[in-house]
Every structure is written in structure tokens, then in C-alpha cells.
Design a protein around this ligand. Structure first.
Ligand SMILES: [Zn+2]
Ligand SMILES: [Zn+2]
Length: 136
């Protein structure tokens, strides 16, 4: 069990167990929502990520419903299109707990991250994609 909170502490989260998977997401929705080149996401079963303090504000940039702290704006988590999953902003985890397994939506990338992980053009087949990869 891990506790995490937004930058101002108004919203607290409790995270139970291990993530289903962890990724770098390069999609344009994450870029706009985070104001960053890509997002660090730790994806859990939805009921493993619970709000234990405060009341997050909900919002949407493009298609993904997102929760953030209404006071400091820290992005907390999104409801993933694949039902039953909740994608935590992995910046909220203790640093050593973020262990990304692959990159998503690389075709939208504005800042390619060259490493030894798989770089999926969109999504891996296991999540409804095609397993196509980009060459960086
Ligand atoms: Zn806050
Ligand atoms: Zn994304």
C-alpha cells in the first residue's frame, strides 16, 4: 500500500498492490494535459487507486477523462478506455517504483526517447493495437 498526494497536499491517494503495466505515453492528449512532451503512467486496476483525502476536479482535454487537484492543478489519474483500469500520474510514485515497460503512441511523439524498451506506434496488440513499432 502506497500513499501519494498532489503537490499542495489537498488530495491524497491510496494505491494498493502493483501496477498492471507502466509506460511512457506520447499521445497528444497526454501532451496537452500535462504540458509536456510525454507522460509517465502507472496503470492499475481501477479499484486499486482510491482518493482518501480531498475532492479531485474532473476534466477532459480531448477524449480521456482526467482527475486533477482543483487547488494546485497536479494531474492525478485518468480513467483508461480499457474498462476497469485507472492510469496514475507516475510522477506521484516514489521514484524507484516507476519501472516503464514500453512506450505508447510513438507516432505522436515530439521528443523521441531512445532506449531499449519497445516503441509502439500506437498500442500493443494486447491492448487492442497492432504491435507496430517505430524505429527509434
Ligand atoms: Zn493540490
Ligand atoms: Zn497518453
Amino acid at each position: 500500500m502506497i500513499e501519494a498526494e498532489c503537490r499542495c497536499g489537498a488530495v491524497g491517494l491510496e494505491i494498493e498492490g502493483s501496477p498492471v503495466f507502466q509506460v511512457y505515453c506520447h499521445c497528444s492528449d497526454c501532451q496537452l494535459a500535462h504540458g509536456a512532451a510525454y507522460a509517465l503512467n502507472a496503470v492499475y486496476a481501477a479499484d486499486a487507486v482510491q482518493v482518501i483525502r480531498g475532492a479531485p476536479a474532473s476534466g477532459q482535454v480531448r477524449t480521456t477523462p482526467r482527475m486533477r487537484c482543483g487547488a494546485c492543478g497536479t494531474h492525478l489519474f485518468t480513467e483508461v478506455a480499457v474498462a476497469g483500469l485507472r492510469s496514475l500520474n507516475a510522477y506521484l510514485l516514489p521514484k524507484e517504483q516507476f519501472a516503464p515497460q514500453f512506450h505508447l503512441h510513438c507516432e505522436d511523439a515530439v521528443l523521441p526517447v531512445v532506449d531499449d524498451l519497445p516503441h509502439y506506434r500506437r498500442l500493443p496488440a494486447a491492448f487492442g493495437g497492432s504491435d507496430d513499432v517505430v524505429d527509434w
